[in-house]
Ligand binder design. Structure first.
Ligand code: ZN
Length: 469
């Protein structure tokens, strides 16, 4: 495969800086063939089909053709599912993938916390660095069983930054809602470049990967605080952005009411402007009052909670159960690996469930199965994809994973939902299928070379670090 000019130049720059930056030739995505997984414990997450203790799934050309106790087929490939759990692929609803190689760099002092670090590095990154870090994120996503990502790209310094971020996702084969956002260190009062967003939408067929990747908008919300000329101007700009996104039918995502110890009223401010709805995914929302939860439920906005990052950064304790009790669709997200340490959604669900049970002084407040629903069918609902993915049933797209239970951290097959939420690690994810393509098999990525991806990420981080100084 031919090296792109930009990549070639970046490679030269890396070499000149004394670091090895090999061009990464992407492996072509596997074909969507036909295969059957036999004799697995199948957790369909579909209310009618339920769990099938020893069942089979047949996939053909990207679609789930059959699920049942026994399937008669001469499918070319048979995958042995004994001692394995098959479930829908995990759905992340909000992740800033470009920050991934800054893992463990958010330190213990205020000048090297999450925001200062990602801002300093974000400002020093070139488009190729966005590609390298997001590429690492895509490899980790697939390795850990994530089949859909909500990539919220908030370092779009120029058009090319977005193009390179999307390229990494295109090469991965992941399903994605890619959301166009602002950039690190954006001056106060500066708004997102809606003309550029609109140009992406007009040319989206170049990026959509056969419909796997859709376009979203990471909106900044409305200004809060007193009625000042600057705030009035900000509100007018926010209204215009919202109106453009709605007109273009681009779904939105907004980080809102993030810290629990800030006054309620922020969500009411959105509701007052009619800035809620099924197409507006709300992130964090820890400062939401019970009254405001009713507003969110009535408007149909889903909420994406990211307990892994919220707990780590000190935003407060999760409110996932309260949101669900209020009738809101609640999905889960990774948010940012510099805060969570990894992209293991099972681990994030475990953290959330334990925090919810602790808050309620109740061992049974949030069940393992309910937690899994958040990372599967409710994640699909939050992204408006539940007619295609999120549960396993004939006719849906084939996004599924298979988890081994014959590893030492499990050892025996007991309760499947509890095994998934309480014991599963990335290495237990044996097989990952996105849209009928097998992207991980027998514990190994099939369409990416992890060593190459890590070498690219390391060289890029080193070069960016030098620029940061
Ligand atoms: Zn976020």
């Amino acid at each position: 495969m031919k090296m792109r000019r930009r990549e070639f130049i970046a490679g030269l720059a890396g070499a000149a800086a004394g670091s090895v930056l090999k061009a990464q030739t992407p492996t072509p995505l596997p074909a969507r063939g036909e295969f059957v997984i036999r004799d697995a414990y199948i957790m369909t997450m579909d209310p009618q089909l339920g769990d099938i203790a020893t069942g089979s799934v047949r996939v053909k050309n990207g679609v789930i053709e059959e699920i049942g106790k026994s399937i008669n087929t001469k499918a070319a490939t048979v995958i042995d599912g004994r001692r394995c759990i098959v479930l829908p692929g995990l759905i992340d609803t909000h992740w800033h993938m470009w920050t991934t190689y800054m893992r463990s760099m958010a330190g213990d002092q205020s000048n090297d916390g999450y925001f200062p670090i990602t801002t300093r590095y974000g400002q020093a990154m070139e488009p190729i660095d966005m590609y390298r870090s997001t590429k690492l994120a895509t490899a980790e996503a697939i390795y850990s069983g994530v089949t859909t990502v909500g990539d919220n790209c908030h370092n779009v310094r120029r058009h090319d930054y977005a193009v390179q971020d999307i390229r990494a996702i295109q090469e991965s084969g992941l399903r994605c809602r890619w959301s166009y956002g602002a950039y690190r260190g954006i001056p106060a009062g500066t708004r997102i470049d809606m003309v550029d967003l609109e140009s992406f939408q007009a040319n989206w067929s170049k990026y959509s990967n056969d419909g796997l990747i859709s376009l979203g908008f990471l909106w900044g919300g409305v200004p809060l605080g007193p009625d000042t000329p600057a705030n009035r101007e900000g509100l007018a700009a926010a209204r215009k952005e919202f109106e453009i996104a709605r007109r273009l039918k681009i779904p939105m995502c907004v980080h809102w009411a993030s810290r629990e110890n800030t006054p309620a009223g922020q969500v009411a401010a959105l509701a007052k402007e009619n800035f809620l709805g099924k197409d507006v995914l709300l992130v964090h929302m820890l400062a939401t009052s019970p009254e405001e939860m009713k507003m969110v439920a009535a408007a149909g906005s889903p909420i994406s909670v990211s307990p892994g990052s919220e707990l780590r950064i000190g935003y407060g304790l999760t409110k996932a159960s309260a949101f669900m009790d209020a009738g809101i669709v609640v999905a889960v997200s990774i948010d940012s690996v510099p805060l969570t340490g990894n992209a293991n959604i099972f681990g994030i669900l475990k953290l959330m469930r334990n925090a919810e049970n602790a808050k309620a002084f109740d061992e049974f407040k949030l069940t393992a199965k309910r937690a899994l629903q958040m990372a599967t069918i409710d994640g699909a609902r939050a992204l408006g994809l539940d007619d295609q993915i999120g549960s396993l049933k004939p006719g849906k797209r084939a996004d599924l994973i298979m988890v081994r239970t014959d590893h030492l951290n499990m050892g025996v097959f007991t309760d499947p939902a509890h095994l998934l939420v309480e014991a599963t690690e990335d290495a237990d994810v044996d097989t990952v299928v996105v849209d009928g393509r097998i992207l991980k098999r027998s514990g190994k990525l099939t369409a990416m070379n992890p060593e190459q991806v890590m070498a690219g990420a390391a060289a890029s981080l080193e070069a960016v670090g030098k620029r940061v100084g």
